[in-house]
Design a protein around this ligand. Structure first.
Ligand SMILES: Cc1cc2nc3c(=O)[nH]c(=O)nc-3n(C[C@H](O)[C@H](O)[C@H](O)COP(=O)(O)OP(=O)(O)OC[C@H]3O[C@@H](n4cnc5c(N)ncnc54)[C@H](O)[C@@H]3O)c2cc1C
Length: 277
């Protein structure tokens, strides 16, 4: 974060590291909500009494709907030919929801959701107050880059194409969202901009690297400050193309080994441990 921004918030900077808070990346997701008939979907399971029964069954028998993580299918796809690696990730849920899952549709249906695996847009997070309990400002800049809109648009077309296949003829009813009236490229882009959501994979705001905006070096030491490391998802220079939890655990294990390699004193029997970066 730039020193002047810190000063404006009432914090006197010890060291000016302009990359702190920059380079925010996330996996943005859009959905198709497809109604079904004649197939058992999870929508029947979300009534409170069924959910309570499912939880009871899970507690006693470790089985039933509550024992399942909910994702039926997971896959990756290329938004165009010639890519070195896929740039769209698909999940398939056997229910349909809105607003980050706060509102679950009671109708039978399934919902492929697809996210940008390699987003190009970059946002930032920054301090607003010297009060450490005050929330920071988060400016994600989702879909700022046209390429991100193109990729997620292709993701939606691929999902619709799969749903239209003959194998699903018996089960398909109408499309709840975007809906049959959303057909042109402009309408699809508008739907994506109105409804796309985060899948909660924010990373990158203390990136590892050697350029002027990098915050930590390749041993996760904060540039210009002794004995301080950042060891979490924020050090990713570029977001992982799949889910972020496993890569973050890898970062944590690697970071822990860096700390252990450079320790000054370890008292085996006690707990005193002094790490030197
Ligand atoms: C709703 C949701 C669903 C997700 N689903 C998936 C998924 O299905 N698969 C997947 O791979 N990833 C998923 N993720 C992403 C994954 O959880 C994150 O990428 C990962 O946890 C990042 O790890 P982290 O250590 O960087 O941050 P965190 O896991 O957020 O850890 C930060 C820690 O710091 C602590 N902390 C915060 N402030 C302070 C303070 N002032 N003092 C002391 N401690 C503090 C917090 O309590 C927390 O324990 C999901 C995330 C969310 C939010």
């Amino acid at each position: 974060m730039r020193a002047d921004r810190l000063r404006r918030a009432g914090v006197e900077p010890l060291h000016d590291l302009p990359g702190v808070g920059e380079n925010l990346q996330d996996h943005l997701v859009a959905t198709v909500k497809q109604g079904t008939r004649g197939a058992r979907m999870l929508s029947a399971e979300v009534a409170w009494w069924r959910a309570a029964m499912s939880l009871g069954r899970y507690a006693l028998l470790r089985s039933g709907p509550a024992a399942h993580h909910g994702i039926q299918v997971l896959g990756f796809a290329d938004s165009r030919p010639g890519l070195a690696a896929p740039d769209i990730q698909y999940h398939l849920l056997l229910l349909m929801y809105d607003n980050h899952g706060r509102s679950i549709d009671g109708a039978d249906g399934f919902m492929p959701y697809f996210n940008l695996s390699r987003p190009q847009s970059r946002g930032r997070v920054f301090i607003r107050s010297a009060d450490p309990t005050a929330a920071p400002a988060i400016q994600p800049n989702y879909l700022q880059e046209g390429e991100d809109v193109r990729v997620i648009h292709e993701g939606l077309k691929i999902a619709r194409d799969i749903i239209a296949r003959r194998a699903l003829d018996t089960y398909r009813s109408h499309e709840f969202a975007p809906g049959a009236d959303i057909a042109s490229d402009a309408e699809i882009d508008g739907y994506i901009r109105r409804t796309a959501e985060s899948v909660y994979h924010p990373v990158g705001t203390c990136k590892m690297g050697s350029d002027l905006l990098s915050v930590v070096d390749d041993r996760l030491r904060v540039r210009g400050i002794d004995r301080l490391r950042v060891i979490d998802a924020s050090i990713m220079p570029t977001i992982s193309s799949g889910n972020t939890n496993a890569p973050t655990i890898m970062i944590a294990e690697r970071g822990a080994s860096f700390v252990m390699e450079q320790h000054d004193t370890v008292e085996a029997a006690g707990t005193r441990f002094v790490a030197r970066a």
